[in-house]
Design a protein around this ligand. Structure first.
Ligand code: IMP
Length: 190
């Protein structure tokens, strides 16, 4: 059986394929899908479902899609679905982090969580898998590894940010790692 992962990110593909032995997983390139997939839902789960449905409906294939957001308690769940473009469409991770630090500066409550949802469309049925990582936003950036908001996020039970962890350490506690392990456990039962 073949399964399409609605991504162009080969690192994400490799991360999942390493854990699944029975199913060949391929990226969007395998179905010649070069269009930008719409992500206009108001929730993270909605976006994952929207992306998976777009691929299944337009290419008639089994597929899964993921979506992730950072939810900060004192900012009423922001940046949430806007995590990639919090400081504006043309901005980068640094600008996004600066905006978070600026908005949180006057708040005592630094609690935050990353949420990943994976939506799987398989043989006419839809399944979703969620991974949550609770933690804290610190007041300055620490570490060079990872991406996105990693330098300002310390997961619960740790003293280092995601950006100070190896990929393996991060995956063992991260939102994406948890959601992927749930997906993989399901796929391995097929
Ligand atoms: P995506 O849905 O995986 O593309 O993630 C959306 C945005 O959330 C990214 O552009 C990053 O800003 C942020 N993000 C997602 N996953 C992580 C993570 O593991 N660490 C830090 N930031 C992340």
């Amino acid at each position: 059986m073949q399964l399409i992962f609605a991504t162009n990110n080969k690192n994400k593909l490799a991360e999942v394929q390493k854990m699944v032995s029975t199913i060949k997983i391929k990226t969007l390139a395998a179905i010649n899908c070069t269009k930008e997939i719409p992500e206009t839902a108001p929730t993270i789960k909605g976006n994952a479902i929207q992306k998976a449905n777009y691929v299944t409906q337009n290419y008639q294939v089994n597929c899964f899609a993921d979506d992730t957001g950072l939810e900060i308690e004192a900012l009423n769940g922001e940046p949430g679905v806007y995590s990639a473009r919090y400081a504006g469409a043309n901005n980068n991770a640094d600008a996004n982090m600066n905006l978070v630090l600026q908005k949180l500066a006057s708040h005592q409550n630094k609690k935050a969580r990353f949420v990943t949802v994976i939506a799987l469309n398989l043989n006419g049925k839809q399944h979703t898998f969620e991974g949550i990582c609770n933690g804290t936003i610190i007041n300055e950036k620490r570490g060079e590894k990872g991406f996105g908001y990693d330098p300002i996020f310390i997961p619960e039970g740790f003293k280092t940010t995601f950006a100070q962890m190896t990929q393996i350490e991060k995956a063992s506690v991260s939102h994406r790692g948890k959601a992927i392990r749930k997906l993989v456990a399901f796929l391995n039962t097929l």
